[in-house]
Design a binder for this molecule. Sequence first.
Ligand code: TA6
Length: 294
Amino acid sequence: MIDDRLKRFEQPGIRLFERENLTMLELSNAHGKTVISTLGATVVSYVPNGGDEVIWVSDTAHYDGSKPIRGGVPVCWPWFGPHPSDTSLPDHGFARRSIWELVDVEGGEHLSRAVFRLESCSTTLTQWPWPFRLELEITLGQTLAIDLRATNLSDDTWTVSEALHSYFRVTDARGLPVDGLEGRRYWDKQQGGVRGIQDAPLEIEPPFDRVYFAHEAPAVIRDRGRDIRIGKSGSRSTVVWNPGPEGAAALNDMPDDAWPRMLCVETANARDEAYSLAPGQSHTLSANIAVSAP
Ligand code: TA6
């Protein structure tokens, strides 16, 4: 059942619906359509008008709230990857596993936006002992903009690593060119943490799992028939991941043969680029997804 308090948001171009245990919000306007789940405020679909789906979601993703959705744009916060000191805590933090509150929606013929909020509570404080506020704003216009604003409501300075862990739907990840990363330093998880420099144009050969550093420019996935451009701000790292056949087989919420059709290019502040936030301060991590003809 859709919560009665959410029904006030319904209007032309704004639709709420249920998928198993989750409430989903659909924004649509002259430029396209996007769908966001209240679980994790995870964007699970973006279809520009007249175009194809841009976001990849696993056919075997869970929608019962027991796990983060496999695919879409999960929010990794307040740590990216394993917790730095306590590996009993869930990878990529609790934000993608939490139910966020829909606090504002605006519909328009050319611009629609929604704001989701997550605040510290007794559950988060057991994993991360500081009060915080997160707001995720999704703006659907000619592009899809995703802005994550984190505010430190505690009396201490804390360190955060984070990502908008976007999964893109691609024709075939094998040999797929991704522009914009040449010359960047990287840390390669797939190769046991070796570091290097991307000294040639990047072409994905799954399995592939790297964090690129000092990367503040857009990355462009040169998919067959379309370019997917991921612009960013407030982000120093870009993570590029495809699990390949063995990695996919190890994930119980991804079909074994699905890996060639997805690629994660994530807007992040990860590993070396975790940052500190002083009491009362905010930081905004932004991704802007644009699709165009090659
Ligand atoms: O962003 C890449 C990564 O950290 C990979 O190392 C890989 O494990 C992936 O995220 C998925 O993590 P998850 O916890 O969702 O299975």
